[in-house]
Ligand binder design. Sequence first.
Ligand SMILES: NC(=O)c1ccc[n+]([C@@H]2O[C@H](COP(=O)([O-])OP(=O)(O)OC[C@H]3O[C@@H](n4cnc5c(N)ncnc54)[C@H](O)[C@@H]3O)[C@@H](O)[C@H]2O)c1
Ligand SMILES: O=P(O)(O)OC[C@H](O)CO
Length: 451
Amino acid sequence: MFRTLSSRSSPTFRSLCLHPIRHFSSPTTAVKMAGSTLLGGHGKKHKVTVIGSGNWGSTISKIIAENTRENTDVFEEEVQMWVYEEEVTIPKDSKHYDEANGDKPQKLTAIINEHHENVKYLPGVALPSNVIANPSLQDAVQNSTILIFNLPHQFIRNVCKQIRGHILPFARGISCIKGVNVSDDGVSLFSEWIGEDLGIYCGALSGANIAGEIALEKWSETTIAYAPPPMDSRAPTPRSMSPNPSAGDLPETTHRDVRGRVSKTTLTAVPSEYPPLDHKCFRTLFHRPYFHVQMVSDVAGVSLGGALKNIVALAAGFVDGRGWGDNAKAAIMRIGLMEMVKFGKEFFGETVQTGTFTESSAGVADLITSCSGGRNFRCARKAVEKGISVQDVEREDLNGQKLQGTSTAHEVNSFLKARGLEAEYPLFTAVNGILLGESTVDDIPSLVSDT
Ligand SMILES: NC(=O)c1ccc[n+]([C@@H]2O[C@H](COP(=O)([O-])OP(=O)(O)OC[C@H]3O[C@@H](n4cnc5c(N)ncnc54)[C@H](O)[C@@H]3O)[C@@H](O)[C@H]2O)c1
Ligand SMILES: O=P(O)(O)OC[C@H](O)CO
């Protein structure tokens, strides 16, 4: 059913492996050197906005604000964080609970700006005071050169609609969203969808990144995929400092999309008054001693890893909830990883590197962590244990946080079904069938068996 993956020693395998950019031996030194020596000396600084403030959005805002504070020659210290405004009651067990206010609901942005804590989506974690919660999308993105998209994928379309025409034409994005966009035309990644919709270049961040652990500064790794568009590396940065596989002989305003085609989006170059937006700059923005960044250029592989592993995590939760133990979970991960690679190769072509799935944090590592303790896994496990739907568990247990696996399973299934390819992806198909009540967990072994 599947093509066999290349053996470790084969040239094909070697050429597909990742070649991370290794910059410096110590993370702290890296931040300092990159900020003061390599990126500084430009007239303007980058302003950063994080669009989204959930569990991961708040954690990423914390990371970024710590780094903008340490690199004020490159970035404006203040980080705007767009918050989907809601009225929130501070929980009684929170240190910010105030007897005088009691259970009176308050605006989430006001709570964050006063107490420097997102009491609803990241309770108990102090945010740096340079994270500014902003309920206005258009105000939050104004004059920002770096836009970090970090919200559940079901909301991104509406958010992009609201900011279109209100961002700098030369802004650049990083999508931290784990999901895929399916339409009649096919399947697209949020990084490419955002880029095309807003007329900017957008890379992707994904990894074995359970937000709660990183917010507590427990060590983890992540992968950032960013292929700087040619016009950015031509103007301010010597080519040798900005690895750029998308360059070549393209005209000034064009670049290659994640599938290796010449993009229809016309880009505006980042003016040379700003420090160059390249791998070093993004590493400086995201890397912390407890959050290690690997820079790559495979945007499709990184985005697909983050999206598709959520379907596999649901399957892992199903078999765990059924009480089948670690062997069954390992089988789910093995089959899931193969379907992820197959999907990437089949629909995103040769630009997708197998090594992104098999070697990076955005691939196999995220699969393992998500199948061990992620929300999709936990909710699916509980649903089977209690005999209720995954959506019911999500509503009851997650306090407004959103699962990405359920909608991704449906979206990927409708894409495969329309092409008559459901049987080629038996695990993805089984998960969708179980969510719809058409199959049971007991059916999984026979559904995924290729013998
Ligand atoms: N939480 C994690 O551990 C984690 C880690 C890595 C990646 N991710 C990915 O990050 C992305 C963001 O997830 P999260 O965990 O930060 O979110 P979340 O599930 O914790 O929070 C839900 C967010 O959606 C917002 N929201 C609710 N209704 C909305 C609306 N109508 N319009 C816009 N926003 C609305 C809420 O305000 C809240 O910020 C997802 O794609 C997720 O897969 C999450
Ligand atoms: O909690 P989940 O299932 O949304 O997964 C969280 C992260 O994506 C794990 O890397």
